[in-house]
Design a protein around this ligand. Sequence first.
Ligand code: ZN
Length: 81
Amino acid sequence: MAGAPERTCVACRKKGAKTEFLRVVATPAGAAVDSSGKMPGRGAYVCDNQECRAAAIERGSLARALRQSKLKRVEGLDSSS
Ligand SMILES: [Zn+2]
């Protein structure tokens, strides 16, 4: 673990390794889950669970982290899957 960068969930503030979280990236169309981990742009991290996925959007944490004040939905994040 030494030297591994820690990421923080924007919803619950839990810290952990990058692989524990979903990466969400700001896109021209809004934002999308970066399932490949390779999309360019400003990214934010959210736990891969329903609570954090929903809270990140509803509480505006994700919008702040991505500096997209009008962010309402995130492709791949607010679905029920
Ligand atoms: Zn979380």
